[in-house]
Design a protein around this ligand. Sequence first.
Ligand code: ADP
Ligand code: MG
Length: 559
Amino acid sequence: MSEMWYSEETESVIERLQTDPFGLKDEEAKTRLEKYGPNELKERKGTSALSILLNQFRDIFVIMLLVATIISFAVAETVDAVTIAAIVILNAVVGFVQEYRSEKAMEAMRKLTAPRARLMRNGQEVMVPAKEVVPGDILLLESGDRVPADSRLIEVVDLRSDEAVLTGESTQVEKRAGIVEENTPVADRKNMVFTATYITYGRGKAVVTSTGMKTEFGKIAEMVQTVKTEETPLKLKLESFAKKLAIIIVAICAVIFVLELTTRSGQLMPSFLTAIALAVSAVPEGLPAVVTISLALGARELAGRNAIIRKLASAETLGATTVICSDKTGTLTKGEMTVRQLFTNGNLVEVTGVGYKAEGKFLQKNKPVDPKEDPNLNMLLGAGAVCTNASYDGEKILGDTTEGALIVAAAKAELTKEELEKKYPRAHEIPFTSERKRMTTVHRISEEKLMTFMKGAPEVILDRCTHLMKDGEEKKLLKKEKEKILKLNEQMASNALRVLGVAYKELSGIKLEDFRELSRVEAVNEQVESNLVFIGLVGMIDPPEKRQKRQIGYVTKQE
Ligand code: ADP
Ligand code: MG
């Protein structure tokens, strides 16, 4: 059976799960519970306390120390033997306590799952323990509910959910009941809700498609339990050091043994004891303790700055980090988009100023330019600002920060969104979606003239352009120029800039009334978004969070 419930009509999902919108009958639910098992996260058997303990002795250093202990005992060096044994035991205990605790990760995951579920059974609304939910159950969802099992939505009323536990995305997701393409990644399956996520808004009805360890959350629980933890750089280095050391010690001791043997003319035992004593004293028994203590100090320092680490050795790994990769704006970054570069008319213009203050200069080859005197720059900034839904009060941005950056950049050139909108009132909008990667607005320029502005991913915008704005005039967009712009886009993007393309066109053959006719709106929209005039690129940056820079040694490298 295919698992792509999201790419099927709801009718066929319901049929395939042999259920109906009034819910399962009690007997059927019971049979299914036996067949599919309880809806809960299962612990894999395996890592017993004993195996965790034994693991602590699988370290080459520890083995060296153990050998030294045994030899010390054998040659009656009791003080040495006891000291080394104490270090070995202490080391094992500290390691054991740490690792045994991390095995509790499953428990933490279990806490995230729902205790109860509201279902339809026998045509009636009932509350059952989440454990008893089975595939085919009809789930009722309301804001505040934790989702008990992966389910396909059949009805939604303004439903939104928080899927941070699954996707790490901090913003809520809007849910719909339609079909999603095959092989869509989890985060974009808008017609599904998932175990352990929760409903933040609205309500909905859904049919349960999978439960327990078969759910997306269950798959993560499975992974958490099976991942092989990678050795930290410090451990690897220490290990190779220990190996080299062991070889050197053995070699030197062998040489000493032979020398002793020849000078003492064949007295085997005394020569052997000398060599062994040398070997034992060469083992750096203090090293593991020193390493553990310094790491513990590092971990404490980190804890003081609100960073908790699970394995002590991670303190060193963090210190050795040179690059942090993240696609989460607003977590490692300030969440404060600022326009840095403009490209239009074949020129690159730098924009100065930080944050959301409308203060900054426009520099071309380090010389100030006035955007008001330059028709291309003027158009780029103005179009970028009116084709937005964010708002700006001179200090703060309300709404999307990408859009906010465009409004602030225009304000730096004394083009305020407010005034532009007053002069050119908006008549229509084709909204931005992640799939479309663009947004378009239509404005009234005069009594009978309508103008369109479009902004979005540069490649998407360019594909819809036939012309290019040059010195304030429309010229045909040549293939060569298009390639040049795309190349520049790539360059800007590789410098950590978020780049948007901006275009416009004067509408002809379309009147205001055309947007009101629902039956034609799609065709009209397509017409509005075709054959535009490309104005230029806007590059913006979200600066890294300063505070975090200090906290964990955030290192960035820019060429
Ligand atoms: P992300 O923001 O993580 O890049 P999105 O799905 O939000 O992903 O956006 C997809 C693409 O659409 C972006 O890469 C960008 O080129 C473009 N885009 C983002 N925000 C807007 C917006 N407000 N208006 C127009 N285009 C946008
Ligand atoms: Mg976005």
